[in-house]
Design a binder for this molecule. Structure first.
Ligand code: SF4
Length: 320
């Protein structure tokens, strides 16, 4: 039997948008003191949410749960314009941690709606990002939830239709949806630039490359994290014999490792690397001490903190 080994995918874990969102809550807690309210999970990861809660963040579902005059941070997934309006009505100080790459999709939606296009938004029903983007132009946007949903699409004018997408989808499945849409609507326009973000694309590409060599691919991530769920799907479709999504190392079932020689390991865009280290330690204790990191792409992107927060941080620094 060949030696047991781990192929560790890189890039994995935190993307620039998640890094910014988590830092936004941390800095807000430092600057204004606890509690800081956060509307929805700041990013879709149990560990991150629990850690911020321990530091004084209070997670709520809607603005109406936030006492008037308080600080509220909007999550990386973005919000509909009405959420900003509600915050203003309640006299909340809102800090918007929406990922700039989600904001880009919002801007596209507004622009095409202004030109009275029908917008076909490829995404998953009920996902917060989809709800936020749809809120930019509810009259013009209809959701297309995967290739099989294409048959339900109807548009007003087939020469004025564009597709946009959620940022965290499977690249391949989205292209299949677009192919089917184009067959139905030959004049369908494409977004000016990719909506599926660089982090989603990179993590999928790396997993796709290592998957054929893997008996098992483990992805660290939460079940409500779209990009993490997609990574497991991509791994299995690309040839991994088995694949599982886990929040924590202790969720790995011993039986998954039976007869396994090569384990592929990656993590979703909202996962801190200490959780991956825990999985490596778990695997090492079971003979998988040979770890090879595979990094065909490097990521350097970072985003500045939200403007409203930076302004207050500067004011606080100059008052000292
Ligand atoms: S996954 Fe992509 S869109 Fe989402 S927060 Fe990260 S960089 Fe932004």
């Amino acid at each position: 039997m060949a030696a047991k080994r781990v192929l560790l995918a890189k890039p994995r874990g935190y993307c620039a948008g998640v890094d910014r969102a988590v830092e936004t809550v941390e800095k807000a807690l430092e600057l204004y003191g606890a509690p800081v309210y956060v509307r929805k999970e700041i990013v879709h990861n149990r560990h991150v949410v629990d850690t911020l809660r321990d530091k004084g963040a209070i997670f709520v579902e809607e603005n109406e749960e936030v006492p008037p005059g308080s600080i509220v941070v909007f999550s990386a997934h973005g919000v509909a314009p009405e959420v900003h309006d509600q915050a203003e009505e309640r006299n909340l100080k809102a800090i918007d941690a929406t990922c700039p790459l989600v904001t880009k999709v919002h801007q596209e939606a507004r622009r095409f709606a202004r030109d009275d296009f029908d917008i076909l938004l490829i995404g998953h029903e009920g996902h917060e990002e989809v709800i936020g983007t749809t809120g930019e132009a509810p009259e013009n946007i209809q959701l297309v939830d995967g290739p099989d949903d294409v048959e339900n699409v109807t548009v007003r004018d087939p020469s004025k239709v564009v597709w946009l997408s959620q940022t965290t989808l499977s690249v391949d499945e989205t292209m299949e949806t677009v192919d089917r849409l184009q067959k139905k609507l030959p004049l369908l326009q494409s977004p000016p630039s990719d909506d599926i973000c660089y982090a989603t694309q990179n993590r999928q590409q790396v997993v796709k490359e290592i998957a054929p060599e893997c008996d098992l691919v483990l992805v660290v991530g939460s079940k409500n994290s779209s990009n993490s769920v997609r990574l497991v799907e991509v791994a299995v479709q690309a040839g991994a014999k088995d694949g599982h999504l886990i929040d924590f190392a202790h969720e790995i079932e011993e039986g998954w490792l039976d007869g396994v020689e090569t384990v592929g390991l990656s993590s979703g865009a909202s996962v801190p690397d200490n959780l991956v280290d825990d999985v490596l330690a778990f695997l090492s204790e079971r003979g998988f001490g040979d770890v090879k990191e595979y990094e065909p792409v490097t990521e350097k992107l970072t985003f500045a903190l939200p403007r409203e927060l930076v302004k207050d941080m500067k004011a606080a620094a100059s008052a000292q």
